[in-house]
Structure formats: structure tokens, C-alpha cells
Design a protein. Structure first.
Length: 552
């Protein structure tokens, strides 16, 4: 057979394959939850536990709004998720394992759960080295997409909402008008704060203040900005406080209705989880019973097979015992959470919603969830003296709040004006270290509440433009050591000796040994002390000449 004939045969086979796919009749591997019937039609899995767990999976994602929260909820409740391995010793069998995060995303992105037939969502290529690479295709590049081809767990509109929510949750891929799911941070408006300048979503930054994290709402993605310029940065503490008061005022009249809905929601969740755990116990019991029947039917003399079946029976019994213990423990926990005392407590807390909102047991994540049930988004705009917040409620109502801008932190660290004026007075007669001691004795403290020292005094003097002691003494006519030596026609050592003997009035300018001298107290020549002549044998001609020079 020639190569041309092989090419034509392959093209025909590929054409028939694609023609069958375009009709939705191509049999391909189905995700867990679907099976083929005798007529090769796609049907929901006849196993009720599989159908229930998949339905709970999508309802959990609709409630939490996050793939990570769905994955954590299943693991916290001890619920397992089914799968059918495509290869291996248990290929095609129904296997129950713990739900993983990758498995969560795989189920959420699969359009078969919405009743659609899909082919060609990815493409594989081989490079020159024989390595195979896989690239995911966009929806426009899919080979086949047919809606409503079989029964589904969710509708196509719900599937679209789930995809958009996953895109919004991803920081790198979310669009302009998207929101993020509630997270663990303290920023109450995380994900729903809009910039009043450019209209885009604002991000949250946290700063460490007094041992705690303080949120700031920042917008750095607006149009026509260069080199990281930002639209505005708004402190989040004052805004969150105002929004909290607004939520408390809006929710308090509906407290009793909220309490009833919360009780009903909790009861339905616990009933659903309890039913699924009972189904897990029933399946484990069936597996153990099936293993027992297989062991009882084997020939006792055939020990090679009997030992293997007995070991399998023991394994199934151990799994059954473990699942029963987990089920009993979960039932005890549910009874404690839904007992009469807990119901009364829920009603009491609902009647006092402010206590629920500000309770230490209420997490930041829960507050954000409650907030999003009431408020759609909040637009923030920073003015020179205040911050304006436009809150848009669910249903279209709006509310405008005006908050005074908080004082910048650097202004709270300023030194009191009384201390500054006292430093200005003391600079006439004292150095920085002396001023620090005097201020500490009088009970003054710096803007940060610290004791004064010379560096703080010098910094305050520079920041407030106060003249130092040197300039003040110079304005009063004080002279440097060089000027005194030139006027008296002596050298510097002589001036220092006069200062030491008290013949010159010296004024210290700083703590480094710099002095200025009073010009009116220069002693006349007849009062200037001279060196006592040394014995002739202890001096040389050069020393004698120097002594004569000092005495002139």
C-alpha cells in the first residue's frame, strides 16, 4: 500500500471520528459521575452516593465562592471524593480518596458536568527532541462544543458563573470589574473597594503599626500613569469602622430573620453531611460483606487463595471500623453544635447583632461574608480634609459616608511645642547634652515618649531651624581662639593657658571641646602670666627662644 493511500485512509478515519464528535455520539472517557448505558448514551452514575457527593461539591463551591475553601471544607468534614483511575490495576473501578486541590479545579473546569459535549480542549505537540508538550486552548479554539447533550449536575449558566468566579479569584488573570473571595486579612472592604479616580478595584496593603496590621486601600492600575504612580492611597482603619457601623445599623432590624435562616442553613448542611457519611459507612459495610462472601466460598484446602481473601476481608473490616468511628465522632460533634443550648445561643446573639459582629470569635473572613450579603461595593475618594465612601447595597440603594482623614503618623511623633520653646531658651546658655538633662529633670518627653539626649535635641534644633549656641554666641560678639590669638598677638597654646588659669571667660559651644571667648576680658600684657625660666642646664637655645616668644 502506497503512502498516498495510507494518507487518504487516515484522513477518512479522522473525518469519521470528527463527524461522530460533531454529532455528540463519540464515546470518550467520561469524568466520574457519568456512565454509558447499553445504547452508549451518557447517563448519571447509578450510584446514589456518587451523585450526592458531586451535588454537594457544586453547592459547597456556590456557597464558599472559592476552590480552596471547597477543598478545605471537604477535608475538614472528612468527606471523600470518587474517581475512576484511567490506568493501573484498578483501571475503571470506583475508588474513594480524599479530595485534592488539583482535583477540585479539574471538576470545576470540566464542562461535561454542565451537560455539554466537548472535544479538543488541549493540543499536544512534539518538538525536535521528541518531547511532548501540552497547551490548553481557549474556548474559541475547541474542536467541538455542544450544549445540553445529556443530564447534568449544574446548568450551563452556573458553569459560566463558576468559571468567571475562578478567574476573578485569580489575582493574575482577573478582569477590571472582578471581585475576590473573602480572605483572612483584616481589611473589611477587600475585593469590593473601588477607586473614585479611575473606577478600578483597589488592592490591599498592610502596614505594621504598634504590633498589629493596619490595612491601606491602594490603586496603582489606573490609566495614564507612569513609573508606578498611584491614583490614591486611603487608610483602611477609619473606613472599615464607618462601614461596620453602617452594616450594624442596616442588619439589626433583620436580626431575627437572620437567626432563623442561619439555623435552617446549619441544619440542612449537617443533615446533608450526615447522610453522605452514612452512605460511606454503608459502602464500607457492603465491601466488607462482599469480601466475607468471597472468603466463605473458597475451597479451604486452597490456602494460596484463602489466605489472600482472608487478608482482604480483614482489611475491609479495619476500614469499616475506622469509618464507623469517624461517623460516630462526627455525630457527637454535630449534636453539640446543634443542641438546644446552641440554638438558644444563636437566637440570643441574633437579637444582639452588634455583639456578634464585634465578637472575638467572629473571624475577619466571616465579617466579610456577612458584609457581602448586604453591600455590593464601596467607592472611595480621598479629599484634602476627608474621605468619601459611596456604599452600594444589594438591590440598588446607596449610602454616602464622609470620614475625617486621620492625622498622619509623623504628626503624632512631633515634639510638644512647649519642649521646643524651652530648647530655644536654653540654647542661649547650654549645650545639647546640658539641655537634654534639664528637659529630663523638668519631666519633658519627646514626641515618641522617650527621654531626651543630645542627638534628639540636635535633631529638633535642625528640624525647627533653631540657631545653635555657636551662632548665638557669635552674634553676641564672642571670638574664636584664632581671633583671640591674633588680637593678643600670641599663639593658640597661650590662649588655652589663659583659659585654664581663668584669665579668659570661655563659653562651650558643643560637647566636642569647641569654645568661644569673651573679647572684653583679654588681660593686659602686664597681667599676662609668663613661664618660669628653667635652669640653664635643663634648657637649650631653642627652648629659650620659645620662652622669650611667649613672654613678649
Amino acid at each position: 500500500m502506497s503512502e498516498a493511500e495510507l494518507h487518504i485512509l487516515r484522513a477518512r478515519l479522522q473525518g469519521g471520528y470528527m463527524s461522530k464528535a460533531r454529532r455528540g455520539e463519540l464515546c470518550i472517557r467520561l469524568p466520574v459521575g457519568f456512565v454509558y448505558d447499553a445504547a452508549s448514551k451518557v447517563q448519571l452514575d447509578p450510584d446514589r452516593q456518587v451523585r450526592d457527593i458531586i451535588a454537594l461539591f457544586f453547592s459547597t463551591f456556590a456557597r464558599t465562592g472559592s476552590a480552596g475553601d471547597t477543598f478545605r471544607t471537604f477535608n475538614q468534614q472528612g468527606l471523600q471524593f470518587p474517581c475512576r483511575p484511567p490506568h493501573g490495576p484498578r483501571m475503571g473501578e470506583l475508588v474513594w480518596n480524599d479530595l485534592s486541590y488539583s482535583r477540585t479545579l479539574e471538576v470545576l473546569h470540566n464542562p461535561r458536568y454542565a451537560g455539554a459535549f466537548v472535544l479538543g480542549r488541549s493540543r499536544q505537540r512534539k518538538d525536535g527532541a521528541g518531547r511532548r508538550t501540552t497547551r490548553k486552548l481557549s474556548r474559541e479554539e475547541w474542536s467541538v462544543l455542544l450544549h445540553d447533550m445529556h443530564d447534568s449536575y449544574i446548568s450551563w449558566d452556573e458553569f459560566e458563573e463558576n468559571q468567571q468566579r475562578l478567574i476573578d479569584n485569580n489575582y493574575r488573570t482577573r478582569g477590571t470589574g472582578s471581585t475576590t473571595p473573602p480572605r483572612e486579612g483584616t481589611a473589611l472592604l477587600q475585593g469590593i473597594a473601588l477607586c473614585g479616580v479611575c473606577g478600578k478595584r483597589m488592592t490591599v496593603h498592610y502596614h505594621l503599626r504598634k504590633g498589629g496590621l493596619v490595612p491601606w486601600y491602594c490603586c496603582s492600575r489606573g490609566p495614564m500613569r507612569w513609573h508606578g504612580d498611584k491614583c490614591q492611597e486611603i487608610p483602611g482603619a477609619v473606613i472599615d469602622e464607618s462601614i461596620s457601623k453602617l452594616v450594624v445599623e442596616a442588619v439589626t432590624p433583620m436580626a431575627l430573620e437572620v437567626a432563623l435562616s442561619v439555623q435552617e442553613e446549619l441544619a440542612s448542611r449537617f443533615e446533608e453531611a450526615d447522610r453522605l457519611r452514612r452512605e460511606q459507612v454503608e459502602r464500607a459495610r457492603y465491601d466488607a460483606e462482599a469480601a466475607r462472601r468471597r472468603y466463605m466460598k473458597v475451597d479451604p484446602d486452597n490456602r494460596l487463595v484463602a489466605d489472600t481473601l482472608e487478608a482482604d476481608w480483614n482489611d475491609k473490616l479495619r476500614v469499616l471500623g475506622k469509618i464507623r468511628e469517624e461517623y460516630e465522632r462526627s455525630c457527637q460533634d454535630d449534636k453539640q453544635l446543634l443542641g438546644p443550648k446552641q440554638r438558644e445561643r444563636i437566637e440570643a446573639l441574633a437579637a444582639d447583632f452588634p455583639a456578634v459582629w464585634s465578637a472575638a470569635s467572629t473571624t475577619d473572613k466571616d465579617r466579610k461574608r456577612m458584609l457581602r450579603l448586604i453591600i455590593e461595593d464601596v467607592t472611595l475618594f480621598k479629599h484634602p480634609e476627608e474621605i468619601t465612601a459611596h456604599a452600594r447595597f444589594r438591590g440598588g440603594a446607596t449610602k454616602t459616608l464622609s470620614v475625617v482623614r486621620p492625622v498622619p503618623s509623623w504628626k503624632t511623633w512631633l515634639t510638644p511645642l512647649q519642649a521646643v520653646s524651652e530648647i530655644d531658651k536654653l540654647l542661649d546658655q547650654h549645650t545639647d547634652s546640658e539641655i537634654a538633662e534639664i528637659l529630663n529633670q523638668k519631666g519633658y518627653r519627646s514626641g515618641k515618649g522617650l527621654r531626651f539626649h543630645s542627638k534628639i535635641v540636635s535633631k529638633i534644633r535642625r528640624d525647627y531651624g533653631l540657631k545653635n549656641k555657636y551662632d548665638r554666641l557669635r552674634e553676641r560678639g564672642m571670638m574664636t581662639i584664632d581671633e583671640v590669638a591674633k588680637k593678643a598677638k600670641v599663639i593658640r597654646q597661650t590662649v588655652r593657658r589663659w583659659k585654664k588659669n581663668g584669665l579668659l571667660q570661655a563659653h562651650p559651644c558643643n560637647n566636642k571641646g569647641l569654645y568661644l571667648f569673651s573679647p572684653t576680658l583679654i588681660p593686659p600684657r602686664n597681667q599676662r602670666p609668663s613661664r618660669k625660666p628653667k635652669p640653664v642646664g635643663e634648657s637649650n637655645d631653642h627652648q629659650s627662644r620659645k620662652e622669650v616668644q611667649f613672654e613678649v
